[in-house]
Write a protein that binds this ligand. Structure first.
Ligand code: SF4
Ligand code: SF4
Length: 221
């Protein structure tokens, strides 16, 4: 679950630790440090805002888990659940061009499992995640989703959208050597997200800023 827990950290007894980025150099990390880095990163993307809406529509990914205490949160924060992304969060990172970075980071972490982990206390990592402030993207996405939900009679309509986006994003990865399937998945994602007007505006602005930063950096170098 990435919901309210991310904001309040009430779900975990893990103390906050400072995360420093170590680009492409081998370093020892701890299980707790990667979990905290992941949580900080998600908080930076505003994941909690999306989770809040999702939970209100009955879509929590923690439903049925015995580690969840109602009104308190997750009692067993682990690398597996922290690394896992649902369709909404995956889509946000995918559109922001950060999905690969997220996956590469968690690929370094051994022992992930379903709703638990066997991650060792200490292990080697090459890179940590750099936390950014992308909450405006989540704010825009939530605004779109609220509007869509209000215009649709079925309570869990946006959860269906989430699942379909997820399915198609998985197809992009699984069928990467099949151009016609990739095209189909991309087309499906476009259709599923065609009412994400505020999000599209926000992501366009974000990409423009990233491009500008990149161009300025190239000029300096
Ligand atoms: S262990 Fe259970 S309650 Fe905790 S984040 Fe995972 S699914 Fe949610
Ligand atoms: S399914 Fe996604 S949006 Fe919903 S609570 Fe889980 S992480 Fe949050």
């Amino acid at each position: 679950m990435k919901e309210i827990n991310v904001i309040s950290n009430i779900c975990t007894n893990i103390p906050k630790q400072k995360v420093t980025e170590e680009p492409d150099s081998l370093a020892i990390s701890t299980r707790q440090l990667v979990i905290q880095n992941g949580l900080d990163y998600l908080e930076g993307t505003g994941a909690d805002l999306i989770c809040e809406l999702c939970i209100s529509k009955g879509g929590s990914c923690c439903n049925g888990c015995d580690k969840l205490i109602e009104g308190v949160g997750c009692q067993s924060r682990n690398t597996s659940c922290t690394s896992w992304l649902c369709g909404f969060l995956k889509y946000l990172l995918y559109e922001a061009g950060l999905h690969q970075e997220w996956n590469s980071f968690w690929n370094q972490v051994p022992g992930k499992n379903y709703r638990m982990d066997n991650t060792p206390s200490l292990f080697v990592v090459r890179k940590m995640l750099k936390v950014q402030n992308l909450r405006f993207l989540s704010e825009a996405l939530v605004a779109d989703l609220k509007k869509i939900a209000a215009n649709h009679p079925s309570k869990d309509y946006i959860i269906t959208i989430r699942e379909e986006i997820d399915r198609n994003l998985i197809h992009l990865r699984v069928w990467k050597n099949h151009p016609e399937k990739i095209l189909l998945a991309q087309r499906n994602i476009q259709i599923l997200t065609m009412e994400f007007h505020q999000f599209q505006k926000a992501i366009t602005e974000y990409r423009k800023t990233v491009r500008q930063k990149y161009n300025n950096k190239s000029l300096i170098e």
